[in-house]
Design a protein around this ligand. Structure first.
Ligand code: ARG
Length: 459
């Protein structure tokens, strides 16, 4: 097996099915940039340690630039036997610069190399996802600000509960997404350590300066234990579970909007740009964008469960099982990138039907207000709750909406009711009583908007 980088001790050749089974180049080629950058820094590092000359180092670095340029322009020619991005790049480097390429891997293993490449790749990936997340939050905040006057029914158990501001509903998702952004920054800190210099498992015997190597690659620190460093995929597992929670948030948001866009609710209409029709029923306008956002959440959770299951039984240090990390990581990245961009587009373009939302409010949704009315007259809440329930029952018996009961009707339930009970039937006033921090009242929603805007500016 002379063609393989690891072929020295082999006499037989690899079965072609095994060759395909073993390769990762078909998907890890997307880390070519990280692999090139990592190798260039490693060349400088071993030059500093006196393992290669300045000329050899220069030739490696320039050669790798050429390898990178080939990937970049799409002309990199994959050869049979290129097992992964690391072997492919080294093979090509040798073709380009000759002997000096043979020194690049001194003291290095693909084990510390792949762990480094993945962290470099993940660092950039998190930055991009962070931007998408930020821009989705920003679209939501803008929408919440401009439609702050729109009221809608708030639901618990999917039953109409109390009137709320549409903006309050929008902002509820902003806070979830902001937590996701916080978690993104936290995991980015843990990604930001360099495993290069850990060798295959035992470390590096050539007195290299790992700190300098890490700084050269823009990492904030280095890993502390070589055995751990080569097999630590916590950052992948963390990314996948972070992505799962983010996907859950966006999926719930999508589910709300799917419901609100049905004819039965008619609260809003999706833009044609994010809807599709039926091949059979001409009248249909389906919320495919949102259904896919919801559906892809299952895919992300699946990748997370799958990879944790891969990790759970692996003995100490690197084992080839770990190669399974990449497809999960790439797939979740691609999925989330799509989900966030589509969510952004849907949110920016949907049209709200404020009149329909308002028409869905009904006086019974103010039954709590009726109880609060009594509380403000000094009645204990439990008693007030029972009396308000009595009014609801009375209206039902009379077959009229709650706001059609007369003052006498109310007084028949409790003498605490005065003629000002009729002032209750005012949705704006009802909503604005929730002026407590975090409430749905105008002042509180404005305060939320301010907080989120400040955060957007600062982040
Ligand atoms: N393609 C491999 C992976 O992704 C690179 C590391 C291979 N290491 C080894 N000892 N075979 O995990």
């Amino acid at each position: 097996m002379g063609g393989k980088l690891w072929g020295g001790r082999f006499t037989g050749s690899v079965d072609p099915v095994m060759e395909r089974f073993n390769q990762s180049l078909s998907y890890d080629r997307r880390m070519w940039r990280a692999d090139v950058t990592g190798s260039q820094a490693y060349a400088r590092c071993i030059q500093e340690a006196g393992l290669i000359s300045q000329d050899e180092c220069d030739s490696i670095v320039t050669g790798l630039d050429k390898v990178g340029a080939e990937w970049e322009s799409g002309v990199f020619h994959v050869m049979p036997g290129d097992e992964d991005i690391h072997t492919a790049n080294e093979r090509r480097l040798k073709e380009l610069i000759g002997e000096a390429a043979d020194k690049l891997h001194t003291g290095r293993s693909r084990n510390d190399q792949v762990a480094t490449d993945m962290r470099l790749w993940m660092r950039a990936a998190l930055a991009t996802l962070g931007e998408h997340l930020r821009s989705l939050i920003s679209v939501m905040v803008d929408r919440a600000a401009s439609e702050i006057d729109v009221l809608m029914p708030g639901y618990t158990h999917l039953q109409r509960a109390q009137p709320i501001r549409w903006s309050h509903w929008i902002l509820s998702y902003c806070w979830m997404l902001r937590r996701d952004h916080e978690r993104l920054l936290e995991q980015a800190r843990r990604v930001d350590v360099c495993p290069l210099g850990s060798g295959a498992l035992a470390g590096n015997p050539f007195n290299i300066d790992r700190q300098a190597l890490a700084s050269d690659l823009g990492f904030s620190g280095i890993t502390n234990n070589s055995l751990d460093a080569v097999s630590d995929r916590d950052f992948v597992a963390e990314f996948l579970s972070w992505g799962s929670l983010l996907a859950v948030h966006v999926s719930r948001w999508a589910e709300d909007l799917i419901l609100y866009s049905t004819k039965e609710f008619s609260f809003l209409r999706l833009s044609d740009a994010y809807s599709t029709g039926s091949s059979l029923m001409p009248q249909k306008k389906n919320a495919d964008s949102l259904e896919l956002v919801r559906g892809k959440c299952g895919r992300v959770i699946g990748k997370s469960c799958g990879f944790l299951t891969t990790l759970k039984g692996i003995p100490s240090t690197y084992n080839k099982d770990l190669q399974e990390d990449k497809e999960a990581m790439f797939d979740v990245y691609d999925t989330l990138e799509g989900v966030l961009q589509v969510a952004n587009g849907v949110m920016a373009t949907l049209k709200v039907d404020a009149a329909q939302m308002r028409a869905a409010l009904s006086p019974d949704m103010l039954a709590t207000d009726l109880a609060y009315y009594l509380v403000r007259k000094g009645v204990a809440f439990r008693t007030a709750h029972g009396l308000s329930g009595g009014c609801v029952a009375l209206a039902e018996r009379q077959g009229v909406p709650l706001d059609r009961l007369t003052v006498e009707d109310f007084r028949s339930v409790s003498p605490e009711f005065g003629s000002d009970v009729l002032d209750i039937w005012h949705y704006e006033r009802s909503v604005d009583q929730y002026s407590v921090a975090g409430g749905t009242g105008m002042t509180s929603v404005r305060a939320q908007l301010d907080q989120l805007r400040q955060w957007l500016q600062a982040s």
